[in-house]
Design a protein around this ligand. Structure first.
Ligand code: SF4
Length: 321
């Protein structure tokens, strides 16, 4: 395994809830709790879980689009949470994001040329003619006609807009890209095209991806490793192939059993999870999954399971493993 390009250590993000006459903090939404993982150079780590599990918040806190409550993110030997505003602005060039909603993430008043060129100008990468030429080059790289340079976002389809979002991220020559559910808002037929494009770009530019998705089938083809998140915590991390063929954690098993298989004769032991995901304001004691886990034992509601390695490179947090 190569050296980690980015290390997330004990990352926690709580959102305060205020109320009453003096807007006092009355409670906390525990969106991300003590999350740790490494991202290795050139890999794709899929981060998967149900809506509200904290996966998108994790991605945004890593990039400091949201400030962390505690923890560290080490990039180029520095904890980026210690960086001053100007240092962080410089670093943003290397850490980029592709957003979920290609409609909301592009400014409707800017042309494609302005959208992609803006970041190059901010980071003094190119100006004038060279900026225009580089922007047209990037449009070609992401599979769009360079003649679209003067068009506005509303003139494009969802898939094309996501390609523009990808070109905008690439414009500043990043090394790590957080892909925050980049295909969730797209038609199924377009999803694989965008995933294939991301894979091609990764090979060409040596990019490292944190690929966030709520669906294990989406991350299967693109991820080298997969991290599964439940209610603000990572419950399992492993190589994609190992995690799919031999999942350890009961939650991962349940998610996998819900993935449709295109073989009508295939036998699936479906694990149906009862009830809703508990509130992150007041998560269950012990193992946070115990209120829905079909294998829960007495200890599960009393003690939090330790997240540890059970097979080489494959870690999980569960008392019965
Ligand atoms: Fe289920 Fe207990 Fe394992 Fe949690 S620790 S996943 S409740 S068996």
């Amino acid at each position: 395994m190569k050296a980690p390009v980015l290390q997330v250590q004990n990352l926690t993000k709580h959102f305060p809830i205020t109320g009453g006459l003096f807007s006092r903090v009355t409670d906390q939404v525990r969106a991300v709790d003590n999350v740790s993982f490494d991202l290795y150079q050139g890999e794709t780590l899929g981060l998967v879980g149900e809506s509200g599990c904290g996966k998108s918040t994790t991605g945004r806190v890593i990039l400091r689009l949201l400030e962390a409550t505690s923890g560290e993110v080490i990039f180029e030997e520095k904890n980026i949470f210690d960086l001053k505003r100007e240092e962080m602005r410089m670093l943003r060039q290397k850490l980029q994001i592709i957003f979920q909603d290609p409609y909301a993430s592009l400014n409707p008043r800017m042309t494609v040329g302005q959208t992609i060129g803006e970041a190059m100008e901010i980071h003094s990468i190119a100006t004038g003619v060279s900026k225009k030429n580089r922007t047209k080059e990037l449009l070609e790289v992401v599979g769009l006609n360079p003649d679209y340079y003067d068009r506005y976002a509303h003139e494009f389809s969802g898939g094309q807009r996501q390609r523009i979002g990808i070109a905008r991220a690439l414009a500043v020559n990043p090394s790590v890209i957080v892909c925050d559910e980049p295909v969730s808002a797209l038609d199924v037929s377009i999803q694989s095209q965008v995933i294939n494009l991301l894979e091609d770009l990764q090979k060409e530019y040596g990019l490292t991806y944190l690929f966030i998705a709520h669906d294990l089938s989406v991350v299967k083809h693109i991820s080298d490793r997969i991290a599964v998140m439940y209610l603000g915590k990572i419950v399992e991390i492993g190589a994609g192939s190992d995690l799919y063929s031999n999942p350890l954690h009961p939650y991962t098993k349940a998610l996998l059993s819900a993935v449709p298989i295109p073989d009508p004769d295939a036998m699936i032991d479906r694990i149906v999870l009862e009830g809703d995901v508990p509130s992150p304001i007041n998560p269950p004691e012990g193992c946070r999954f115990h209120t829905r886990c079909p294998f829960a034992e007495e200890i599960c509601s009393q003690e939090e399971p330790v997240f540890k390695e059970h097979r080489e490179g494959h870690q999980a947090a569960c008392h019965i493993l």
